[in-house]
Design a binder for this molecule. Structure first.
Ligand SMILES: NC(=O)C1=CN([C@@H]2O[C@H](COP(=O)(O)OP(=O)(O)OC[C@H]3O[C@@H](n4cnc5c(N)ncnc54)[C@H](OP(=O)(O)O)[C@@H]3O)[C@@H](O)[C@H]2O)C=CC1
Ligand SMILES: O=C1O[C@H](COP(=O)(O)O)[C@@H](O)[C@H](O)[C@H]1O
Length: 510
């Protein structure tokens, strides 16, 4: 697990600098790192996109958003931070643009004394990835050790790349992207981001499991009945209708293939040999590789999709997905997906993992719920006033209200025997008197430090696609079928409840 030491000197080159991710996440995260004194003095950002901005216009535009998206914004710190932000207008899919990009990078490297270390960030639509990566390679910008801006320093230089999700749109395109990256970058310079892995409580999962002696002995098929992982959002597609309704969108690709399977891997992994990135990533890959193939004949039982129709949100009417801007009037894109998977290994044989994610659900919450098996024998059955005992649960709240809650049975005070479920509560904010850092700040710092622990390995990504591919294929083959719907503000389509009811289980209402 990375300790949060300062970043190395470097120039961060963001392709897609005028876009949504840059203004809402990347720059506020870099500002937060600067504010926390976790960046060196020798760092700078060069933003690239086609929109025309001067450096000053770019800084003013980003400042507005940093005020909104950073919890630590203050004028004085921004004043010191802003001169490190630069902008270059150009079309990075065109090879002709690169000699200028390269010479501007060298000027900035000299001005801010960053050496030849460069961190490229692909914050553009995935269809642009190939040409940008090829241009970086073609223009000899990855030298791994050799100085390419002729800045003579004692230390070896590095060039790394962060690739945003979605990482491909299926198994074939993910493998293709891995090959394109492999032609230009060594694998230890490729940082495939999944911002869920930068969330504090997701990282705390490993500490919870492997820094405590009491949980690991019961973390297996003997004691655990099933696991539920939910990422519920109240928002709809928020101006991203074009992307979400396009070839890379839909809840199965957008959330389950990436975030939820990665979180599941951390819940199910074996203890790694050490906390080194390669050891942790090996164990994650093993879990995903052990996930049972979802054969075409079981897709209808193991997977559920749905699309929101008009309903309500926060007491106000909310439009349906088909009325959202950028969404095709006859779209079959799923805004909700649920999946049942089994991990075929000794620890987890027969234990279902249920994953679900949806937009326009009643609450914004991400949680992992571990349901334990009932006691082998109930001493209390038949005692007057007693219902069945509720099996124990561990609820890991990833966001918001980060924390861990253990639910167990307790005696209600008073004469006679009455039993009720009670909760033992670890609340992150209360315990540590601190807000967890933003995931992008953690992940950007790790990339600058060269720590890949919280980034995905190529095999993990390809395995995650292998798992969902039969479902995507079946849904694609049945494109003409009407997609089940759910009203905005409800917990998804009835089929999702039926999926669990078939196994005599039900979703936890967060
Ligand atoms: N926004 C989010 O919350 C999240 C986004 N992502 C991923 O991050 C990436 C970026 O997303 P987002 O910021 O939302 O997308 P946007 O559409 O908001 O931004 C895309 C950026 O790409 C630039 N661009 C487009 N064509 C070119 C070109 N030929 N040369 C140079 N720049 C170009 C655009 O600027 P211009 O038109 O000025 O050239 C713009 O800056 C995507 O892969 C997305 O899937 C992942 C998770 C969350
Ligand atoms: O990657 C994505 O994640 C967000 C949800 O992220 P969170 O940190 O707010 O839980 C989701 O809205 C978006 O569609 C998806 O692309």
């Amino acid at each position: 697990m990375p300790s949060r030491t300062a970043a190395s000197d470097c120039l961060i080159v963001i392709f897609g600098a005028s876009g949504d991710l840059t203004k809402r996440k990347l720059i506020p995260a870099l500002y937060d790192l600067y504010h926390a004194k976790l960046l060196t003095n020798n760092f700078a950002v060069m933003g690239i996109s086609r929109t025309s901005y001067s450096d000053d216009q770019f800084r003013d535009y980003l400042k507005k958003h940093a005020k909104q998206f950073s919890k630590h914004f203050d004028e004085q710190t921004w004043k010191e931070f802003a001169p490190r932000l630069h902008y270059h207008a150009g079309d990075s899919t065109k090879s002709e643009a690169f000699p200028e990009i390269k010479s501007r990078m060298c000027e900035l490297a000299a001005e801010h004394d960053t050496g030849d270390n460069s961190l490229f960030y692909l914050s553009v639509a995935p269809r642009l990835y190939d040409s940008i990566i090829e241009n970086i390679g073609r223009h000899d910008m990855v030298t791994e050790g050799r100085a390419w801006c002729s800045i003579n320093r004692e230390q070896q230089s590095w060039q790394r790349i962060i690739v945003e999700k979605p990482f491909g749109r299926d198994l074939k395109s993910a493998a293709h992207l891995n090959r394109v990256l492999g032609r230009v970058f060594e694998d230890d310079s490729v940082f495939r981001i999944d911002h869920y892995l930068g969330k504090e409580t997701v990282q705390n999962l490993m500490v919870f499991r492997f820094a405590n002696a009491i949980f690991e002995p019961i973390w297996n098929r003997t004691y655990i009945d099933h696991v539920q992982i939910t990422a519920a959002e109240t928002v709809g597609v928020e101006g991203r209708g074009g992307y979400y309704d396009g070839p890379d969108g839909g809840a199965m690709r957008d959330m389950i293939q990436s975030h939820l399977l990665n979180v599941m891997a951390l819940v199910a992994m074996e203890p790694p040999v050490t906390m080194r990135a390669d050891h942790i990533r090996q164990e994650n890959t093993k879990v995903l590789t052990a996930v049972r193939e979802i054969r075409p004949e079981v897709v209808s039982k193991a997977a559920v999709r749905g699309q929101y129709v008009a309903g309500s949100h926060g007491g106000k009417p909310a439009i349906g997905f088909l009325e959202e801007e950028g969404v095709d009037a006859g779209s079959r894109t799923e805004t909700y997906a649920a999946l049942q998977v089994f991990v075929d290994n000794w620890r987890w044989q027969g234990v279902p993992f249920y994953l679900r994610s949806g937009k326009r659900l009643p609450a914004k919450t991400t949680e992992i719920v571990v349901y334990f098996k009932p006691t082998p024998h109930s001493l209390f059955r038949g005692v007057s006033g007693m219902n069945d005992l509720t099996p124990n649960q561990i609820v890991i709240n990833v966001q918001p209200d980060e924390g861990i809650r253990l639910r167990f049975e307790g005696k209600v005070p008073g004469i006679g025997m009455k039993i009720k479920s009670v909760v033992m509560d670890f609340d992150y904010a209360e315990q540590f008197q601190a807000d967890p850092p933003e995931a992008y700040a953690t992940l950007l710092l790790d990339a600058m430090r060269g720590d890949q622990t919280l980034y995905k390995q190529r095999e993990e990504i390809e395995q995650a696609w292998r798992i969902v591919q039969p479902v995507l294929d079946a849904w694609e083959a049945n494109r003409d079928e009407t997609i089940p719907t759910y009203p905005a503000g409800s917990w998804g389509p009835p089929a999702a409840d039926i999926m669990l009811a078939r196994d005599s289980r039900h979703w936890r209402i967060p």
